[in-house]
Ligand binder design. Structure first.
Ligand code: GLC
Length: 494
């Protein structure tokens, strides 16, 4: 803040492994793509007369190279390591009005996937290099961030390195750090053996369990000036043995520096009234048109064309976290009810094949679309009656917010951000979905049966859809909450 004190500009460097629309694998990409813009858009009067100069740095991944064959080179830097310096380049592009620095260097291979599940060593080198490169790139650009806002294990070591150097490094002396947790179980353990090659020693911090002292995320969490979990409920859950991944006792020592801030939704990108990817656009005033989308989807997927059969959908990564196996088993418990089901997503081959088997067993009810298909996901949100989200854990979750905005009602596990975004109370006229406690097919099926029963009560269902569509999931409040943390951190440096 020092250099720009009169202009009242706060400089924020956000760093992440992915950012939509340049590169997106999961929900982190949505947040890193949209939060910087939401922060930049905050009116100065809402944040004490400040403007936020938010910039983003991401690795220059192979998928971005295909989209941007000749980006603008803006700086060269090198990362010191015990074996010598590793040179790197910074290129500049934009997401909306946010400047985005693309970081290049030998450990970020030009043809590598964003996350290499078969070669974790490659990810370890890539993200360790990237973490250090972000700091060196800012030095080369002579752009001194007031706040370093890192996300998940991939960038946690930038926070750690900042803490280690800022005492004796005038360039970063005033930079404060925030580390956001989007997915705690991914601690970056595969990078443990790579740390010494980048000059890192195991932490001596006695609050950390022994095993965690050379894992990137715990290292970052041990020194971050502030920690944010992506929903208030997840911020509480990570302090418990069930969700703390063995770090709960350590995290409790940091409780005064942990906040929960719900992710927002890009409400212009996801807007049923202006969505060009769906067949029939609709709003609250034209909700009765919505069913046309369902008929079109049934036709496209060759399911029996019937407006009165409840259409269930599930969209997203197929992994243990998302609990698709719970849904598959639970659905088999309610086959006496009429319903159709469409799965969309890719991931764990076992879960993919379980979806396919369900389709083989119920060919006139189930479709398993095993691919990434953004356009189809829009059509599904616009036509599905019920979204299934039986997550084992869910730090925030985006699909439930999109679904609600499109009048599709969630049946979800009562955990993480699902708890914060879905109301299922004793006051039916306030509810916005159906929650269940235990990650078990039997609990899931009870919640699904409640939803299916209400579905046939047209006026109650219609009222539920309207309540869901009226929810405000915009970024504004959450962006203000982040800004307030930045300001608090800056005050501490004065
Ligand atoms: C991770 C979490 C998800 C969250 C997203 C963005 O993908 O699993 O719950 O919404 O990050 O924060």
């Amino acid at each position: 803040m020092s250099a720009d004190a009169n202009l009242k500009t706060l400089r924020i460097l956000m760093i992440a492994s992915e950012a939509d629309p340049l590169v997106k694998v999961g929900g982190l990409g949505d947040v890193a793509g949209s939060l910087p813009q939401a922060l930049r858009a905050l009116p100065a009067e809402k944040i004490g007369g400040f403007t936020l100069d938010v910039r983003l740095a991401i690795p220059f991944h192979s998928v971005i190279r295909q989209k941007l064959p000749s980006p603008l080179p803006v700086a060269s830097f090198s990362v010191p390591t015990p074996a010598g310096e590793i040179p790197g380049q910074v290129y500049l592009t934009r997401i909306g009005n946010t400047p985005v620095y693309l970081i290049e260097g030998a450990p970020i291979p030009p043809d590598a996937p964003v996350y290499n599940t078969t070669n974790p060593q490659q990810d370890a080198e890539k993200y360790l290099f990237f973490s250090l490169a972000c700091l060196e790139a800012m030095r080369a650009l002579n752009w001194q961030p007031d706040i370093l806002h890192a996300n998940d294990w991939h960038t946690a070591l930038a926070v750690y390195q900042l803490h280690n150097i800022r005492q004796r490094d005038p360039f970063f002396k005033h930079t404060r750090s925030l580390l956001a947790i989007h997915n705690l179980p991914f601690l970056g353990g595969s990078a443990e053996k790579t740390l010494p090659a980048f000059g890192f020693q195991p932490s001596q911090d006695k609050r950390l369990p022994d095993w965690a002292r050379s894992f990137p995320l715990p290292l970052g969490l041990s020194v971050a000036d502030h920690i944010v979990a992506v929903s208030p409920n997840y911020a509480r859950e990570i302090l418990t043995p069930a969700f703390g991944c063995g770090l709960q006792d350590f995290l409790r020592t940091r409780i005064n520096s942990i906040s929960g801030i719900l992710n927002g939704l890009d409400q212009t990108l996801w807007d049923p009234a202006n969505d060009t990817l769906i067949d029939h656009r609709f709003s609250l005033a034209t909700l009765s048109d919505r069913v046309q989308n369902k008929l079109a989807l049934q036709e496209q997927l060759e399911l029996p064309r019937d407006p009165n059969i409840p259409l269930l959908i599930a969209i997203g990564r197929m992994d243990q976290q998302k609990g698709m196996d719970i849904a598959i088993e639970g659905l088999q418990m309610v086959t006496d009810q009429p319903w159709q089901m469409v799965f969309l997503g890719t991931g764990d081959p076992l879960l993919e094949s379980a979806c396919r088997s369900l389709q083989a067993e119920f060919p006139d009810r189930v479709r398993a679309v095993i691919r990434f298909d953004l356009a189809l996901s829009h059509r599904m949100y616009a036509s599905g009656d019920i979204l299934l989200m039986p997550s084992r854990y869910e730090p925030c979750g985006l699909a439930q917010m999109i679904a609600m905005r499109y009048g599709c009602i969630p049946v979800a596990r009562d955990t993480g951000g699902l708890h914060d975004t879905i109301q299922d109370t004793r006051q039916p006229n306030q509810n916005t979905g159906f929650l269940f406690k235990d990650p078990l097919p039997s609990s899931f099926s009870v919640a699904l049966l409640r939803a299916l029963a209400l579905y046939h009560n047209h006026s109650a269902w219609n009222a539920l859809q309207i309540r869901c569509m009226q929810q405000d999931f915009s970024w504004t409040q959450s962006a203000i909450a982040y800004a307030n943390i930045y300001f608090k951190l800056m005050e501490e440096t004065q």
